[in-house]
Ligand binder design. Sequence first.
Ligand code: SF4
Ligand code: SF4
Length: 755
Amino acid sequence: MLITLILGLLMTVVGLGFAAKRVLWLKNLIMSGQPAPGRTDGAGERVKVHLLEVFGQRKLLKWSVPGLAHFFTFWGFVILATVYLEAYGALFDKGFAIPLIGDWAALGFLQDFIAVAVFFSLVVFTVLRLRQAPERQQRASRFYGSHLGGAWITLFMIFNVIWTMFLFRGAASAAGHFPYDSGAFVSLGVGNLLEPLGEDVNFVLDRVGLLAHIGVMLAFLIFVLHSKHLHIFLAPVNVTVKRMPDGLGPLLPMESDGKPIDFEDPDEDAIFGRGKIEDFTWKGLLDFETCTECGRCQSQCPAWNTGKPLSPKLVIMDLRDHLNAKAPYLIEGKEMPGTDMLDMKPENQGSHAVPESGFERIVGSGPEQAVRPLVGTAEQGGVIDPDVLWACTSCGACVEQCPVDIEHVDHIVDMRRYQVLIESEFPSELGTLFRNMENKGNPWGQNNSERMDWAKDLDFEVPVLDAAAGESLDPDTEYLFWIGCAGAFDDNAKKTVQATAELLHLAGVKYTTLGKEETCTGDSARRAGNEFLFQMMAQQTVEMLNSVFEDREPVKRKIVTTCPHCLNTLGREYPQLEGHYEVVHHTQLLNKLVRDGKLTPVKPADNGSGPSVTYHDPCYLGRHNKVYSPPRDLIEATGMKHAEMPRHADRSLCCGAGGARMWMEEHIGKRINLERVDEAIETLGANGDAAGTVATGCPFCKVMVSDGLTQRSSENVGSNVGVKDVSQLLLESVKRGATPAAAAPAEATSSDSED
Ligand code: SF4
Ligand code: SF4
């Protein structure tokens, strides 16, 4: 007994000593980041999130099989803590039982049950890892680029926790000092098997098993603190201090030292974006250290899935590995080496087994890692390649899927901000975009006087408010119809605003437009990293809107728009500049008008046999703003046959236009819009000559899908598939009712693809 006690305590003191040193180091490293204000606001809501996501494993359970296995493993860690309490008690008293509940059969059962569940979860993880091994599936594997060795060690360590637990509990039972007479079914079963060995042998087995059980836990603890399994401790913290409600929708304002930057008079030492790893906030550094390398983000990323070098997982891993390599110079007081350390001669470069990982361009974690530029080409030794940085469409699929709430989009945009504002390094196409937005107030570079051209051919008058002349909003006017630059200047999108205006007119909605007073909201500039330009444009627009809505309280400042990017910027980013409006997407308003009986869609007489329409979720409507049902309800109301694409709703695939990608060429891999269009054509069963429609609710998506269909049509694929906004489908359906003789099956023709 005494020897066991001394060995057990000695192991614990040494193990916890190493663990404490590492914990302190990690704490200092993470807290060396910039301040991140507001991360503890709303404690009540954060506790709720913590309970749902950590104890309820809500996000993980979205992936049923691995989610369930993780659910049991997590609860295994919680429940088996009671076994460790018993183990430490047994060092002092071989028959130790937890006071009050320690010989309760239900507790014994729960401990054994969860240990068995964890064992089967290990089998599931093993099968998943073998089936999805990167060697077999290459880039299709979500584990491609992850540190695989560490994952196998972890599974092995957890297995050791399980068998040592049953060994010491079984031997204790056989030796006659196990606290449970029933309930602990596996331990008692092992005890029955060991009983013939006699009390003395079982006592020795009990002591050996006990020390092994404690030793495995301590070794596992130290391993976890030095590996990606650090998430066991960091994930609960990261989830609790995440952006509320999530890291989607609005981008955060640019802050330096925890305060928003005043672009008119910035501090001399203000940090613009992230140009070095230490420029990230402590929440950013916590994100990097928390990544579990599970690859869920990678598996959903449109850039990764079309052959581009961007993987959100590898971005986070590269940033973490660079941070850890730089730690001695950030928190241990070591002097930073000179940049001449960095010699990117081919012989000095790493084997680069995973070509997309920028960190691995240089071998090891030596001083040469510390002086690397955060963003740069292979020749420059950059940790993140420009091709990686600029491939992001800001679609948010990574953020949506990440089980530990890492905020990839914010980090990518923050690095873009530094590249644009300080380095002036960005894809050349963005130069044209910035110039057009600055000089003409829209990305197309069109004259603002042409903003209302879309309304010319309508057979009713579209109201226009002359805000410049000081005209004020009529008290009867309920909505301001925000047209957006695409709606005003893109022929494809004009049809959407025309259809929406006609529907509002038919439903008798009192609305007005701003005519040539409207300017771009600045969404593309902000996502391209040009925060200065965004702030300039946004301030002007907020000023103008605030004067238009002057006498109205914020809840009555209603705006409807057909563009999800405008919806997101006006409704969720302008509050950062004191612009507070109630913004809805046209599909939300139209859905309400149908429900209220102000619009009556009429179903076609015969809607054929195959699916005739599939809905493409725009990222900024769906994932970023959680509007999934209204467009679907409208399609349902039109009576068209609707089929979902395999990737839909929160797992929808981006069209490729977000994050200012609309304005950049796509040089690497398959075009994202072609990937999406192929999925749509397949879903519509239109590989042959069948007709069908891809419905959407975003002008950018419409352009991208239309371009993709045109390309496929030129290859004689899906030639009879067209693209329409949901409002166009609704208008057709409503008009069907107005002219019953014209009622006919909804037909998509090749001319639709010009839409
Ligand atoms: S936002 Fe979309 S494109 Fe960008 S990294 Fe995440 S998943 Fe990939
Ligand atoms: S989903 Fe989150 S935890 Fe998993 S690899 Fe991606 S960033 Fe890391």
